[in-house]
Design a protein around this ligand. Structure first.
Ligand SMILES: NC(=O)c1ccc[n+]([C@@H]2O[C@H](COP(=O)([O-])OP(=O)(O)OC[C@H]3O[C@@H](n4cnc5c(N)ncnc54)[C@H](O)[C@@H]3O)[C@@H](O)[C@H]2O)c1
Ligand SMILES: [Zn+2]
Length: 357
């Protein structure tokens, strides 16, 4: 088992990683909640809810299950979750458990942030991607006009990452999460990136100590940045490396059609290409494509350049109509830079030509 502490201005809290269902039991009894309410999605509940329940008290424990997939991060589902919480009589001393991947973490976290002006919650992540989403306190639902547009910064009381839950993930979901791990490698610097290159060759490597170490290091990168900048006024923006184009692709292709990590992988390659142009230096783009190549990331998204540019302008990092992207000066050295639109356009055209090869 590994333990990390997250330090933010609003709260300090522990993250436990490994075989940690017993830690969950202890943590909950320490909190002495008046009741416990689990939110989960259909897939996770079918596979793992029984196991989770065994680590919880037997009385005053309720659950509400929503359909799997990004579509559940909606106003409608948020409303249904609040209704279920009210009907179960949750009070200010109750505790919410977000049991699932990033979708449930964001949805249940936002329910916790707003139910009776905020009650305690614990993240129990079940995807690799959630090493990113469960840490740092960003919770949100989607608006038809934009992803994650309605939300809050609201930290959990603890993150309890029981790795055996991850063993039922499909290869597609492992790859999606690995996209964010590779991103954390590039943000943190040579040490973690080289460790990934030397230790993670195939999906088969994602077990035991390799998985434990990888998740711990990925979370440490995020924790370090969140500790400096909880509400994204500065360095937290670096976590969006690869996301400006990534989000645009995801939105254009349609959520659920391409995973977040696949889109971010394509976005990181583009971000390095733009960085090479802006800084007029070689940044070894082949190093990233070689790493992504091990896991069959898609390199193509059949989307018109104009539509991608329009989407990128709507990105939360953009302001005054200008596109801002996280660029890489070197591995481990990021910068948020305003990119002239003609540069975006010519770089995207060049990039898309690469897809057609
Ligand atoms: N808050 C943040 O800081 C942050 C950061 C990154 C991403 N996100 C959000 O996270 C979401 C993506 O997260 P995700 O990829 O975990 O999505 P997800 O929660 O939708 O999970 C992906 C799929 O895997 C299934 N699944 C989950 N756990 C499983 C398990 N153990 N075994 C088998 N199947 C399982 C789910 O049912 C779902 O179909 C997006 O909504 C994104 O906006 C938030
Ligand atoms: Zn992401």
């Amino acid at each position: 088992m590994e333990k990390l502490m997250i330090h933010t201005n609003s709260k300090n809290y522990p993250i436990y990683i490994g075989e940690v269902t017993d830690v969950l039991s202890v943590t909950i009894s320490q909190f002495q909640p008046s009741s416990v309410f689990i939110f989960s999605d259909e897939t996770v509940a079918r596979l793992h809810l029984d196991t989770l329940r065994k680590s919880l008290p037997t009385e005053n424990v309720y659950h509400h299950i929503v359909p799997s997939g990004e579509g559940s991060k909606s106003f409608d589902m948020y409303y249904q979750c609040q209704t279920a919480a009210l009907e179960a009589g949750l009070d200010r001393h109750s505790l919410i458990i977000a049991f699932g991947g990033g979708m449930i973490g964001d949805l249940a976290g936002f329910v916790a942030a707003t139910y009776m002006r905020g009650i305690r919650f614990i993240q129990v992540p079940t995807t690799l991607l959630a090493h990113d989403s469960a840490v740092g306190g960003k919770v949100a639902i989607n608006h038809p006009l934009g992803k994650n547009m309605i939300g809050a910064f609201y930290q959990p009381e603890a993150v309890i990452y029981h790795l055996p839950f991850l063993q039922t993930l499909s290869e597609k979901e492992w790859r999606s999460g690995l996209g964010e791990v590779i991103k954390h490698g590039y943000i943190s610097g040579e040490l973690f990136l080289r460790w990934l290159e030397e230790n993670v060759h195939t999906f088969e490597d994602l077990h035991d100590n390799t998985l434990l170490h990888m998740i711990k290091e990925g979370i440490a990168v995020k924790a370090n940045i969140v500790a400096q900048d909880e509400k994204e006024t500065g360095v937290r923006a670096y976590l969006n490396f690869g996301h400006t184009l990534g989000h645009a692709i995801e939105a254009e292709v349609g959520y659920g059609k391409m995973t977040h990590g696949d889109a971010v992988a394509i976005g990181m390659v583009f971000a390095i290409q733009v960085s090479e142009y802006m800084y007029q230096k070689s940044l070894n783009i082949e190093r990233l494509t070689a790493l992504l190549g091990r896991f069959d990331y898609p390199t193509i998204a059949d989307v018109p350049v104009r539509k991608l540019i329009d989407r990128m302008r709507q990105d939360k990092k953009s302001y005054d109509g200008d596109i801002h992207m996280v660029l890489m000066k070197n591995v481990g050295e990021m910068e948020l830079v305003k990119i002239p639109e003609d540069v975006i356009e010519s770089q995207l055209k060049h990039f898309v030509k690469g897809w057609e090869k």
